[in-house]
Design a protein. Structure first.
Length: 272
């Protein structure tokens, strides 16, 4: 690659804003990818995170004396913390290991963890638009094509929000959803997973490689949320977040968009 595609030290991004799907911009371990992780590693880490999340739920529930019932309509705060804690430890741990094993050892450079002022504006606008426009359109099409009702769409999210009760607990749940999740999930799914898939498909044409990587990381992201009917909307949002990470060659925009998307949902459900 030419010099305009070399990563900037400390920012994990490349100079130039050319189309990431252009054949003139093939994925390159010395340019956009930034890491040479085997494609199976993030998949293994994802499966492991499901196990550690379950363990976290059991431990948190036991310590708090909470009712551990899968059929419960309301999550408890300890169960939520245990579940997310189990996931996030592996997500971030795997990203750190990958950076030190297959990258430069600088996780911000290897996974593109950087944010610029413009990311705050662009990411916020995209996240809000995705929640208020894209998701309703997706479910409207679903209803028209299947004739099914989408009246239960908010149930999983409402269950999550209800886990905080009110007051300080509600603030804590909001922080986990609006701040914690966007940061950790973008690092793992768009940083580690998507870039690992890019490296694995580096011998394909640029467009095919990036399309496969975008679809692959988005599918895993959707599976991770276990949201049933909501999966259609989550997959659409995942595609947007993945594209933002590719186009900007950093995670700042996708992190802010993810946070804004979650914030709109959280505010709506709290007020409801």
């Amino acid at each position: 690659m030419g010099r305009r595609n070399e990563p900037i030290e400390g920012e994990g991004e490349s100079v130039g804003r050319s189309d990431p799907f252009s054949s003139k911009n093939p994925p390159d371990s010395q340019g956009y990818i930034g890491i040479t992780t085997p494609w199976a590693f993030p998949i293994f880490a994802f499966v492991l995170s499901l196990i550690t999340s379950s363990i976290g739920v059991v431990i948190a529930s036991s310590l708090a004396g909470s009712n551990l019932s899968a059929s419960s309509t309301t999550l408890t705060e300890p169960i939520l913390i245990g579940s997310l804690g189990g996931l996030w430890i592996v997500f971030f741990g795997a990203s750190w290991v990958a950076s030190h094993r297959w990258g430069t050892g600088k996780i911000t450079v290897d996974l593109g963890i950087a944010i610029k002022p413009v990311d705050l504006l662009v990411g916020s606008a995209i996240g809000v638009a995705a929640q208020l426009i894209l998701v309703p359109v997706i479910y409207l099409l679903y209803q028209l094509l299947t004739g099914s009702s989408a009246s239960g769409l908010s149930a999983p999210a409402q269950k999550l929000v209800n886990s905080g009760g009110s007051g300080p607990s509600e603030v804590l749940v909001g922080a986990l959803i609006v701040v914690g999740a966007p940061i950790v999930e973008e690092i793992f799914f768009r940083g580690l997973t998507q870039r690992s898939f890019l490296y694995a498909t580096r011998n394909m044409s640029a467009g095919v490689s990036k399309l496969v990587s975008l679809l692959g990381s988005s599918i895993i992201f959707t599976i991770a949320h276990f949201e049933g009917l909501q999966s259609f909307g989550l997959f659409g949002v995942a595609l947007i977040l993945g594209y933002l990470a590719m186009r900007n060659r950093r995670l700042g925009t996708s992190m802010v968009a993810h946070a804004s998307f979650n914030l709109v949902s959280f505010i709506a459900l709290v007020r409801h």
